[in-house]
Design a protein around this ligand. Structure first.
Ligand code: FS2
Ligand code: SF4
Length: 542
């Protein structure tokens, strides 16, 4: 196997024996084969569009198949086998439709004709043969751009899938994905073309994030500042992790009146701010921190656990019977439930002890998405004009297990008192309960939401630039980002597409970026790796 798509990749170069995430070689091979099959499907989807044919089933499948291969989502060989076979069946169906429109159906790329083996072991061998979906004959820089684009597309597909679940989609997203995947192996494309196609991922990702923002706020209302208890109530309990708001809503509906309290874990914390979710009285509080602490935190939770998206880790025996996956998440031997019927999960919670007593552990504030911040924009602008707020930092992104990630905690703690910290995604759990005080009633630590809410942070930056009549790059705003998986790659490409410069990124640079590609990023966008907190604060503020 070879996989280098996430920040924790082995030795900073690639996982070759087994994934640091727990991905085994057979799963890596099946994920590679799924992407290869998807490339074949993309060629027909692109030709179909040329003939005026758009297939919604193909679009949705494309999002789901890509999201499945994101880090810490699907570790189940049987589920991947089903998806590969479904992909080939869709390809054949589309081929017939394209032919009926007079389109081309005879392509030289073997991904358009390959047949999947019926036995799982043989399918794994086929996956090992195709390997990573990059053009192995292209030079290292082109392969690096292709990898960056594919990883960005995985993140983009995750956002598109979330938006789709809540009824929002735009064919431009699928059209770009199909074009990009179909282009791998096209020898006529130059390095410059690949830079363009890669940055286009950022442009399309902005659209997908906008769709998701509209889907979330249109369905559940704009988040409002909300205090979330970190303790618990006496009684039965279910813990919900991941990012899927629809799963959470369905669970809240299906547990209403059943005497079960619902708690969030990890990236689900910001859901407490949505009016149409917080209205449920049994939606109580937040338990635990970020994904990489789940083994310790889940085994101590006295109720059932639902994992709605990434990041799942290998469930330990102590809680394997209590954890359920939904949507695209899968772990072999772990029960899977669908939002249409959470009965097995609810019944499990009812058989478990729950919390024996009420316990207070303080509160954290969330719900500072774009609408909430823009509602106090005048006050924020005044504080800046009066010199009380000197600088804004966006300290956000993914968390992970590496010790170098303490940089972000230290950064927030050492940021001067006259600065405001916007944060989002699971990286915030290193400092989410820090008491940073306020400036003129404006909290110094503002939780914008999940990684899925990066669009909200971008809108806040754009609104500030309008208020100060300057470009975003000229604002007293610095982005200090942590990355882990492929949604972060998509967001970074969006920031680059928007021309945002001087981003600091860590804890390490992506293994799939070659020195030449990094040079392009440094020369055009002045991207920097994080250094020490003191050096970076000094460089930013002085
Ligand atoms: Fe965190 Fe994991 Fe949010 Fe990423 S829970 S690293 O996949 O999506 O951020
Ligand atoms: Fe390694 Fe990350 Fe790939 Fe898992 S997703 S195999 S940790 S590079």
């Amino acid at each position: 196997m070879f996989c280098n798509q996430c920040e924790q990749t082995a030795k900073g170069t690639g996982c070759t024996v087994v994934g640091v995430c727990g991905k085994k070689p057979d799963i890596a091979a099946l994920q590679d084969l799924l992407l290869y099959a998807l490339k074949g499907l993309s060629i027909f989807a692109q030709e179909g569009r040329n003939q005026g044919l758009v297939d919604d089933e193909v679009n949705l499948f494309t999002y789901q198949a890509l999201f499945t291969t994101v880090t810490n989502v699907n570790f189940d060989a049987t589920r991947l086998q089903e998806l590969i076979l479904q992909c080939l069946a869709l390809r054949e169906k589309l081929k017939v439709q394209v032919a009926s429109k007079g389109g081309q159906v005879d392509f030289s790329c073997p991904s358009t004709t390959f047949q999947g083996a019926t036995e799982l072991a043989k399918l794994v061998e086929q996956g090992e043969e195709v390997g990573l979906l990059t053009d192995k004959e292209a030079n290292a820089d082109i392969q690096s751009l292709q990898a960056t684009m594919i990883y960005g597309i995985k993140g983009l597909a995750a956002y598109a899938d979330h938006a789709y679940i809540l009824g929002k989609s735009d064919d431009k997203v699928a059209a770009y994905i199909h074009e990009a995947l179909a282009s791998i192996g096209n020898k006529s494309l130059t390095l410059q073309d690949w830079i363009g196609l890669t940055l286009k991922c950022g442009e399309i990702n902005l659209l997908a994030m906008q769709l998701l923002d509209e889907a979330n706020t249109g369905t559940y209302g704009h988040p409002v500042p909300t205090s979330v208890p970190l303790g618990h109530k006496k009684g039965k309990a279910i813990l919900v992790s991941g990012h899927d708001l629809k799963d959470l809503e369905e669970l809240l509906k299906q547990t209403d009146g059943k005497g079960i309290y619902i708690y969030t874990h990890g990236e689900m914390l910001p859901t407490h701010g949505y009016p149409d979710l917080k209205k449920y009285e049994h939606f109580y509080g937040h338990y635990g921190t970020a994904w990489q602490n789940q083994k310790k935190e889940f085994k101590e939770f006295p109720g059932a656990i639902l994992m709605t998206t990434n990041c799942i880790q290998e469930p330990q025996d102590l809680y394997k019977e209590n954890i359920f996956t939904s949507g695209l998440v899968a772990w072999p031997g772990v029960a899977h439930v669908d939002k249409e019927d959470f009965t097995p999960l609810i019944e499990k919670a009812l058989t478990m002890p729950g919390f024996a007593e009420d316990e207070e552990k303080g509160q954290v504030l969330t719900g500072f998405a774009r609408d909430a911040i823009l509602n106090v924009a005048d006050a924020v602008v005044n504080e800046v004009k009066e010199g009380n707020i000197k600088h804004f930092f966006l300290v956000g992104g993914c968390d992970g297990a590496k010790p170098g990630r303490s940089y972000y905690t230290d950064f927030v703690e050492k940021a001067p008192q006259d600065t405001v910290i916007l944060t989002l995604a699971c990286g915030k759990f290193r400092f989410f309960d820090s008491q940073l005080g306020d400036i003129g009633g404006i909290p110094r630590l503002l939780d914008v939401g999940q990684c899925n809410d990066a669009y909200s942070a971008i809108q806040v930056a754009v609104a500030l630039s309008n208020a100060f009549d300057c470009e975003v790059n000229d604002l007293p705003l610095s982005l200090v980002l942590s990355w882990y998986e492929q949604k972060a790659v998509a967001i970074l490409l969006t920031l680059l597409h928007l021309g945002i410069k001087n981003i600091r990124i860590g804890p390490s640079l992506p293994a799939f970026i070659t020195p030449n590609v990094l040079n392009v990023l440094v020369e055009n966008f002045n991207i920097k790796p994080i250094s020490t907190v003191e050096e970076d604060l000094d460089a930013i503020l002085n």
